[in-house]
Design a protein around this ligand. Sequence first.
Ligand SMILES: Cc1cc2nc3c(=O)[nH]c(=O)nc-3n(C[C@H](O)[C@H](O)[C@H](O)COP(=O)(O)O)c2cc1C
Length: 326
Amino acid sequence: MAPDAELGARLAQIKARLRLPVFAAPMFLVSGPDLVIAACREGVIGAFPSLNARPLETLEEWLEQVSSTLAGDEQRRPGRIAPWAVNLIVHRSNKRLAADLDLTVKYQAPVVITSLGSPKRVREEVHSYGGLLFCDVNSLLYARKAADAGVDGLVLVAAGAGGHTGTITPFAFLAEARKFFDGPIALAGGLSSGADVAAAIAMGADFAYIGTRFIAARESLASNDYRRMLVESGVDDLVLSPHFTGVPANFLKPSVERAGLDAADLDRAGPQLQFGAADRPSRVWRDIWSAGQGVGSVERVQSTAELVAELESGYRQAVKRLEGFE
Ligand SMILES: Cc1cc2nc3c(=O)[nH]c(=O)nc-3n(C[C@H](O)[C@H](O)[C@H](O)COP(=O)(O)O)c2cc1C
């Protein structure tokens, strides 16, 4: 089969296993094996950053748990379990990349998502066992570079995303990326309802890539305080700043203020290392929490099963609305 036809066939196989075209996006300190397994059982792609598993031995335990549990589920419910994904941080500073990649290959992660660097470093290994390689990008420049590097799919992180966000509206980002990339695209950035999933597909994306909604899922690694803050927050409760990580990211203002910082004045507040120097320094991601602009859709803490059912119902209603305009 020609490479394009082969990719098309593999993508069709993956889509056939999904209840909804959704990734439960990988999130630092939030996504672990329970969330991944719950998501895949509900028919959406579950993903976790390999660096959430520390030390390295824990990563092997997680990969064993996720792969064997889902393989067992697959035997009981053939064709109904979504594939799972590992997120590899390919930035030069990640000293664990080689070891994490070895384990990713050993456990044959069906989907691998790279972030913060060039996917070239892992492409051959992921393709060696038939894995599908997606690259997370937040600009057209990086989208082009990833496409040129031979990835199978792109994650377009548009404006309004949780974590390190993009700045481009999803409409323009997707339209321009489609001019040079016809492979699978997952769209991210504030997508938080079933209607948003339908909108992403209507726009020409293959998947919606949803983070924030899954933080509040019971199976995530998030603390109850984090979940509660999400439920109580709306888009006005976010602050967008490069202050903590050097890259623009969205954070929940109440968590910033609780750390003794002025959320309105973060960009003048000096470098991150100088704050919280008291006895218990607040740490970004652990104590200073991120969320995307869809945070207002988090109205309750719920199980992944309830969340996916809600997304599915909203998705079906939105599709009906679209059909009404035909
Ligand atoms: C708390 C948090 C941690 C994140 N950590 C990572 C990460 O480790 N790797 C990564 O590729 N993306 C990370 N992201 C980005 C998500 O994978 C996804 O792109 C984003 O959440 C989508 O936007 P949404 O939250 O508005 O749905 C993180 C997002 C959040 C909210």
